[in-house]
Write a protein that binds this ligand. Sequence first.
Ligand code: ADP
Ligand code: XUL
Length: 532
Amino acid sequence: MAALTDSCYLGFDFSTQQLKVVAIDGDLQVTHQSNVQFDIELPEFKTQGGVHIHEDKLTVTSPVHMWVKALDLILEKMKRAGFDFSRVKALSGSGQQHGSVYWRKGARQLLQHLDPEKNLHSLLQDSFSIHNSPVWMDSSSSEQCQCLESAVGGAHHLADITGSRAYERFTGNQIAKIHKSQPDKYNETERISLVSSFAASLFLGDYAAIDYSDGSGMNLMNIFTKQWSQQCLQATAPQLEEKLGDPAPSTAVLGSVSHYFVKRFGFPEVCKVVAFTGDNPGSLAGMRLQEGDIAVSLGTSDTVFLWIKEPRPTVEGHIFCNPVDGLSYMALICYKNGSLTRERIRNECAGGSWEGFSRALRSVPMGNNGNIGIYFDTKEITPPAVGIYRFNQYLQKVTTFTQEVEIRALVEGQFLAKRVHAQKLGYKIIPGTRVLATGGASSNKDILQVLSDVFNAPVYTIDVANSACLGSAYRAMHGLVAGMGVSFSEAVRKAPGAQLATTPSPGAEEVYGPLLMKYAELEKEVLKDMKQ
Ligand code: ADP
Ligand code: XUL
């Protein structure tokens, strides 16, 4: 039996642009990290940012075979780097939320009998009825959203059941669209997984349950009873319950890794697979969020999330079951125009350099001399608006800003929006409030300074920018003891704490307090214009 310090736990993250892995030891220290960038390392799938945007601009998919091949690749990389799989006691993972995978009839048989001499990609060639999986960036299911809301008695009522009103990217609406547009493919489907439970299935060698937390992002589950809502299932597609299987707690041990991983990579037979979950729930675990904190993830999408005890679902934002505590919930707001919009403005206004972007941020004072911008390159989720809007200090619309003003307007606008919407969900800045930042852009100190100033609160980061991945490794470890009543915070007590990155500049609240109200007004105006 390996000593605790020889033990190791793996966390995987199947995110939009890449597959990542983190290994931690029994002391929760990171001992290994690796990743596979889809666009660069798997160019045969011809993705941009890990996805295919279809001609209608609304349909966004990723090839499911790319994800399978990425797992082959990352495990091979780890093997080449001398990673000792025999020490892995448990593994877990996360996936971009809402995306769905459609297993063809007979795939379960295949999964249960994988030949360790071959790679997963060749073994699972014929296992999927839909090759292009709809992902969270898809917004092509508006019609299905309307149907679902009216079937259950309106947006509010749907939010009361599932934690969210109907959203295009939520899995139930994607399933309804597939059932309508490709009924044959739907009928050929034996099991529908989320990206997270699909990835868990690969390790398990069997269909893995959808966990409560990621399952909350489907518009199908009652977040209070943690069962599929019959009303929602019926309004979505026929025979859906059997295709989804029963949901399971996010802390559940689903079983041991399949024979395939034991033989091919040397995992121990007893290595447990703990339920995989969504990347945002994974980040909540990785950041060890506490009540009162607000987490801001600056990845491909920007997300804001909070730990809450008494959820009050509304038609803005989402309530999910909490991934680490069965009695709590998490609130989440997701913004599509995150890093990709910052990259566009960086390319146009700072010659493609983050350093230039940072210089520009520093060169213009807090508050941008009253200039405010709203940059929705693609249709935003909250609020559902699209387009670029610039306002000068007199709140008049203007068509251009100087490059420096444009950069500051973008970053300030993104963070003002986050504070406005978080406050609508009940978030309050109180003494001791911490903003926890993660995701690719959290490595940028100047962006974090704006975040701290707009929220008038200290910003902390955690050492590993990949909090979803790290959170999965923590959850793998916790999963082994959760059944004995050990809480998550207890299990990860030894994990390195968050690092203070920056504190608010003097006078920040005086500048951003009033701007916050102006921003909220302008957002309403933009929405009104859109509806006309
Ligand atoms: P994912 O959502 O795919 O997990 P990440 O959290 O890894 O994405 O974030 C990737 C994004 O991080 C890139 O698209 C890039 O725009 C952004 N990024 C990386 N470095 C910086 C930087 N120094 N400043 C601002 N943004 C950055
Ligand atoms: C959350 C959301 C995104 C994805 C991709 O609702 O759609 O954050 O999880 O990372």
